[in-house]
Design a protein around this ligand. Structure first.
Ligand SMILES: [Zn+2]
Length: 335
């Protein structure tokens, strides 16, 4: 069932669970994510980056996501633009049927971030689409979103974290629906030199000053060691890959009320580990179904694990009922 993120965040905010936002680039990933959500009865956000739009051609990706919605009518699904950088892109996403968008002006000076985000809010809200914006700076690298390298980021992390007072001002002046915050996470597979430590006190301060505002964590893959080891065992090269420990993400969601957790790297890792294993153990194999199939199965397992971590398993019916109760019209769409 297609919807915006509003009914999801309404319930997640003080419900002790969070919504997983998984990046989708192709058919196998999309299928695996929704199959896992259907099995676990979990709501989900399917997110599409600018890079995914370019890679898959949005027309193809749109039909794949439509198929997900049709095939699994009981799964609450929001379609979200990850790291939108211009209002033109936001307009295109709205026309493409997204129900939620992110405008990321976090790399701009503060006032420019405000004016860009406020304009995106106006365009989106007119169409019934909800908006996430970002304040503060993450480390790491994600497609064209370039942050600082792990060592430099860790050394100066305090100055990059979201400032709670500024967050309050930002939210009041932009009218956004949710805020991506910098609380010590990083994009990519090489997040930390030392052990990861999320700034839970920041989350508390921001939530206190911005009551009712759903918070979003980017760069929240945990880069499980067993998958990194598999990649390396079968000829890969990912030394020192490190993510955010799953217990810290579970705490952020269950104890501190973070509503949305972005996960991309861990899906890539599961897929790559499995394909490498097939190539390495069955070198005679050349049927793509015989390595993409197992890779898809590996993503299903990974996503189920994440849904349990986020405590969103079993919440699908509640979210669907709340969406119906809200009685909001679907965003203007191509449909
Ligand atoms: Zn991100």
């Amino acid at each position: 069932m297609l919807m915006t993120t509003k009914p999801m965040f309404d319930l997640a905010y003080d419900g002790g669970f969070g919504i997983g936002a998984f990046n989708v680039n192709n058919m196998e990933i999309a299928q695996a994510v929704v199959e896992a959500c259907a099995a676990e009865k979990s709501p989900v956000i399917l997110q599409i980056s600018k890079g995914a739009r370019a890679y898959a051609n949005i027309r193809f990706l749109r039909k794949i996501i439509d198929a997900c919605v049709e095939e699994y009518p009981d799964v609450p699904i929001a379609i979200h633009c990850d790291h939108g950088d211009t209002v033109d892109l936001i307009r295109a996403c709205i026309a493409d049927g997204y129900t939620s968008v992110m405008i990321d002006g976090s790399h701009h000076p503060y006032e420019q971030n405000i004016s860009l985000s406020a304009e995106a809010v106006k365009v989106s809200h007119d169409a019934g689409v909800v908006v996430e914006a970002e304040l503060g700076m993450l480390g790491g690298i994600e497609e064209d979103v370039v942050g600082l390298d792990a060592a430099e980021y860790e050394k100066n992390v305090e100055q990059f974290l979201t400032d709670p007072q500024q967050a309050k001002d930002f939210v009041e002046r932009t009218g956004i629906d949710s805020l991506a915050v910098a609380i010590g996470t990083s994009h990519g597979a090489f997040k930390f030199v030392h052990e990861a430590k999320l700034a839970f006190d920041r989350i508390e301060q921001i939530m206190k000053l911005c009551p009712g505002l759903p918070l979003v964590m980017h760069g929240s893959s945990s880069v499980p060691e067993e998958f990194v080891n598999l990649v390396n065992k079968y000829g890969g090269k990912m030394p020192n890959a490190k993510g955010v420990p799953e217990d810290q993400i579970a705490d952020a969601v269950r104890k501190y009320g973070v509503c949305k957790v972005n996960i991309d790297t861990d899906l890539r890792l599961a897929m790559t580990a499995k394909i490498r294993e097939v190539f390495s153990t069955k070198p005679e194999e050349f049927d793509p179904r015989k390595y993409l199939g197992p890779a898809r199965d590996a993503i299903v397992v990974m996503v189920k694990r994440k849904l349990k971590m986020l405590n969103s398993a079993g919440k699908a019916d509640q979210v669907a009922a709340h969406w119906k109760k809200l009685g909001q019209p679907m965003p203007n769409q191509y449909r």
